[in-house]
Design a binder for this molecule. Sequence first.
Ligand code: CBF
Length: 815
Amino acid sequence: MRSVGSTLADFEQDLISNLYYQRGTTLESASGSDGYQTLALTVRDRLVERYARTAAAHYEANPRFVYYLSAEYLLGRQLGQNLLYTDTERFVRPIAADLGVTLEDLESYDVEPGLGNGGLGRLAACLMDSMATLDIPAVGYGIRYEFGIFKQAFRDGAQVERPDDWTFYGNPWEFPAPDDRQVVGFYGTTAAALDDPTGLRRQWTPGEVVRGEPSHMLVPGYGTQTVNIIRLWQARASRQSFDLSRFGAGQYKEAVEDIVRAENISKVLYPDDSTEQGRELRLKQQYFLVACSLRDIIRRYRLRNTGWDAFPAKVVIQLNDTHPVMAVTELMRLLVDEYKLDWDLAWSITRRTFNYTCHTLLPEALETWPVAVVERLLPRHMEIIYAINHFFLQEVEATYPGDLDRLRRLSIIQEEPDKRVRMAHLAVVGSTAVNGVAELHTRLLAATTLRDFAELWPQKFHNVTNGVTPRRFVRLANPRLSELITERLGDESWLTDLDRLEGLAGVADDPAFLERWRAVKRANKVDLAAHVERSTGVVIDPDALCDVMIKRFHEYKRQHLKLLHVIMLFNRLREHPDLDVVPRTVLFGGKAAPGYHSMKLLLRLVNAVAETVNTDPVVSRRLKVVLPPDYNVTRAQWIIPAADLSEQISLAGKEASGTGNMKLALNGALTIGTLDGANIEIRDRVGADNFFLFGLDAQEAADLRRDYHPRAYYESDPDLRAAIDTIAAGTFAKGDRSLFAPVVDSMLGRDEYLALADYRAYLECQERVEHAWRDQEAWARMSVLNSARSGFFSSDRTVREYCDRIWRVEPVRVA
Ligand code: CBF
């Protein structure tokens, strides 16, 4: 086989031949999309070769593999990353220039696969990147949703969701692998297995069968030869599903019914679960993912191993939150029913194979499934859950004899108000290690949400603080800053050893360096201003403080607290047009779940405030508010390098970790934040003087919540009252008092996340921000120190911790 060459001439030659043989066109008639696809294929060829060598090295070494099971991956655009990782960008720029296009033109065709919602999916992508970079043998498993996270648009300020047909023009980065398809069953009946006197082995006859077809995306490591893969499953009907006779009889809809039902499984990311069918479809998706993946894991294991004893030594499966937790029961079913292992041995293998990462503290985010739904969809799995629970509760009873209350609390089955399977409990019972994603989160998990488990098995609980990949979120997102850092540190090794950023601290007092640091930020703000103008029509001032709140819209994250601050500024500037305030651009970015009506209304309010502020001739000179639509990984890469201030203002004790906070700090934004999630660790590292802290801590918040009266804050704080009254008066709704009344009612009536209690402290803290901003050199110094001391938040460090403490895997070098 001809191997790809490494020179410019080889690259050019490959481009021409891919254009010709793969796209079937010529230079003269190629479209922009042909240009992009050709480039992508040419870069991909370079990765394929490395992937082939990786596969061979892994086969040879037969190492312990990490299998990462995740319902979500937010990978971001692939072209820029793969050019960097193959060191071919230097070829492309001159070739593109000769052809009269820019790399940026070509990149605009690169569609990001939106196979996730937010932090959890992006974390999965960062960990996969770091595993490859650290030469860890790993495979990610996920679902190839036909439609990823919806595209957000605004109509009259309200969010409208448009389907994300991300593969419409074809995705050059993935390889279909139909030979590795799997068959998955649902519904049906179970019966006793004749050969099993214990009654623990049974036979399941599914009532419906679908195929899972994989394709894989390549995940290259940076600065190494390893290329791992993420395998994504798409549901297909079995071949017999097309009803030819019905079609012949003109019953076209009925003829394809089975096909449609099967393919719906991987149709969309997170089917709406407000209906019974939606809930069932979501569970079906989850089981589909784990059933396909486990069969594939076993297939891979058996390529080099025989018997089952070595299974936990060769296979470690990380459950990314509760979505893939049905894998615990599926592995038991495979081992006991299909491979005829005895229950105890199967359970010991299962428990030693799985680990579980919990990403939340919100009780409503810990999944539970109605027993009735599980029984119908996965009858055999429900039996297995009952059996696991039975043996587990015996263990509990032996440890705490007679403690019925504890049994009830620990049980995998919730009895009241309705019978449900608690997936987090199943995950903890079926795993060796359980981890939270930031120190506070892990501590609170063990003290509250999973307290009984932490008492029962303290050794199971670990903390692994999240991290982010510096390759995407510094090098690719912020080339100007990367160049300056490299120049200062002497080489690019900081990209794989992020603690080296500490070397910047030595120049944090050097005025010439600070000047250059500020110039980088300003240039990034000019770029951002162009993006913002293009997407919103609003012109923003690159010299204004760029105040950024980018994340999913969720009540606990408290975008409404930020908005109350904006409205206070608006009121002040209207009353005192000459007031000396720091010019600011407040940039929001984020989507609200389609069924999350209160947050959709809040988005609408943000847009309405933006419209009022930006068109006010007096206010808009000092304050701008923008909400560019469709926040995603690509847009994050535009916004983060330009941010001066990072808003991390969730109610303490609610944000598990946050990772946007890390990306922003690494790029030199200063954080204004509460003592929540990883903010605490960021503050510990960057130093209290370089972090704007405000608000209740987790304990104070929990105490206050017991007897909380938001109205009292409203009544005693004139600024707060004025801000809320401005909304209530219909100022942002052309006088309509009813449109945003639910926002006001929610703040005054319930204020679930104590925004009003934190309001005054937040305002005072914003005044400290203003004061600090007025000394631009001091601000730049703080900014440098934020980057310099955030090396800890590299996902390479996160992966190393998983490897050392949980996975116990070793790297395999690829020649
Ligand atoms: O751990 C990664 C992220 O996961 C979430 O986004 C999640 O979906 N549970 C959390 O909300 C974040 O705090 C966390 O950083």
